[in-house]
Write a protein that binds this ligand. Structure first.
Ligand code: SAM
Length: 466
């Protein structure tokens, strides 16, 4: 019997004081590839010591790519991507070149982080206006809320597009201390204008990851910026019911909550260990007052469509996949070989998950299918197969909506007829009207390239017809 479990947690309330951040020198950020970076509050002398340790650690732990995986990629991707593969390969093999995005958390005060990011040359790749251009739906009613400014106001004024600084995050002020924390966070939630903000740098700088801060929400999440594209493609709006079918560790769930105030976000993850990780992520980024709106479920996603048919407005299927970046650095050849064996089973599982999502979404609703592999058998082929069995499902064009506007930052390739069979030159600089076919509506692929190292990320959007 299907059941959604209320997420048992004691979420912390938004704290109205942030810890002091020091502006971090560039040398500290440069090429710091360790995933568990230091807390951002380190003093300069400590920073330097930590930096030296990190560099030493990095040299000691620098892993070489797993040979069996690389050999298979060479064979397969040379065929599938043609001339694009050698440059994608060079990026995947040069971890020093990898870029990282910094997604801000709208539920925490982030002015200090924003200032540091800007002083280090980071900039937003999704300015407010770009997002609203991408999202063709009506603006959220929350964004129209008017509220007072001045001594008694709960929040500082929200900057419009005329604001001198583009960082229009409303920040709590000290007067709010007189309210109970619950009321504070409720009010904050109603007034905060949803906005997905991600900072990126043209060079491969790694912003330090943020340590757990007791009683405080994390201010930002580090990620591959391409992983925000499936969330953007979903067009999340206020009061919708959203299902994140394969949710752990929760990066996209956090991104969804930056975009709007859904009535419900169900984060599903069947693997216990990964579900604990997901729970920790939600607890670190979302306030207690969202407890009833963001729930965690532990189902096998393949049965969701049966158990919760026609229930959701939007469903994200960020499917288990080959994960090219991580597989390339498998711990050992044996692990790499084991993974390659599992690879053959993935497309069947992915197709089942996508079918289940299409059953769980209401007529007129949207499903976004995404993976972080370049493999066409896990991408276009899965979408094509599922569309064949699902006449109510219609693929939508993401080329004009996402690939063209964001081609300054990401290298995109559309699907081509015969994908996976022949080598072909793919368009990295999409031009208006260059691609318009059924095949191109199967999805778009972000291919890592020098200077645009984001991805791999495949995304396809499917609407369930009325
Ligand atoms: C690519 S990861 C998801 C990443 C996540 N969306 C994020 O942004 O942090 C895929 C997840 O699917 C989960 N998964 C594997 N089999 C599944 C199934 N049958 N149903 C639902 N989820 C599954 C895996 O445990 C894994 O956590």
């Amino acid at each position: 019997m299907f059941s959604v479990h209320q997420f048992p947690r004691s979420w912390r309330l938004i704290s109205f004081t942030t810890e002091k951040l020091t502006s971090t020198p560039l040398w500290w950020l440069w090429s710091c590839h360790c995933h568990t970076g230091p807390d951002v509050v380190l003093q300069p002398s400590e920073q330097k010591r930590a930096f030296n340790n990190q560099v030493t650690k990095r040299h000691k732990t620098e892993r070489s790519p797993c040979r069996p995986v690389l050999d298979l990629f060479d064979q397969q991707y040379h065929q599938e991507l043609g001339d694009l593969w050698p440059s994608a390969r060079s990026v995947l093999l040069d971890r020093q070149s990898w870029q990282y995005g910094v997604m801000l958390n709208r539920f925490a005060a982030v002015t200090d982080v924003t200032q540091i990011l800007q002083s280090q040359g980071f900039s937003r790749f999704l300015p407010q206006t770009d997002v609203s251009t991408l999202l063709t739906d009506a603006p959220s009613p929350v964004s129209n809320v008017k509220y007072q400014t001045g001594k008694d106001s709960l929040l500082s004024p929200h900057c419009s597009s005329k604001c001198p600084s583009d960082d229009s995050h409303p920040q709590p002020d000290s007067t709010s201390h007189r309210l109970s924390q619950d009321i504070q966070s409720e009010v904050l939630l109603r007034l905060l204008r949803p906005s997905l903000q991600c900072y990126i740098h043209q060079y491969p700088l790694r912003f330090p990851s943020q340590a757990h801060r007791p009683g405080q929400l994390k201010q930002y999440y580090l990620l591959n910026a391409a992983s925000l594209l499936p969330v953007l493609a979903l067009h999340i709006r206020d009061r919708e019911k959203v299902l994140d079918l394969c949710s752990a560790p929760g990066g996209k769930a956090i991104a969804i909550m930056q975009c709007a105030n859904p009535a419900l976000l169900c984060c599903n993850e069947p693997d216990q260990h990964r579900r604990d990780w997901l729970a920790k992520t939600l607890e670190s980024f979302l306030p207690h007052s969202l407890n009833s709106k963001v729930i965690v479920s532990a189902q096998d996603g393949r049965w969701f469509g049966q158990n919760e048919a026609i229930t959701y407005d939007k469903v994200l299927v960020d499917a288990p996949c080959s994960n090219d970046r991580s597989w390339l650095y498998s711990c050992s050849s044996q692990q790499g070989e084991q993974r390659l064996k599992e690879r053959a089973r993935l497309p069947a599982l992915q197709a089942q998950l996508l079918r289940s999502a299409l059953s769980a979404v209401r007529p007129g609703g949207l499903v976004v299918y995404s993976t972080c592999t370049l493999s066409s058998s896990e991408n276009y082929a899965v979408v094509e197969k599922v569309l064949d069995d699902f006449p109510e499902a219609e693929p939508e064009d993401l080329w004009e909506e996402i690939a063209i506007p964001l081609s300054k930052y990401f290298a995109f390739s559309p699907a081509h007829p015969g994908h996976g069979q022949t080598s072909h030159k793919l368009s990295l600089q999409p031009q208006n009207g260059t691609v318009s076919s059924y095949h191109h509506r199967l999805g778009i692929l972000v291919v890592p390239q020098p200077g645009k190292t984001w991805g791999p990320m495949f995304l396809s959007r499917i609407r369930r017809r009325q």
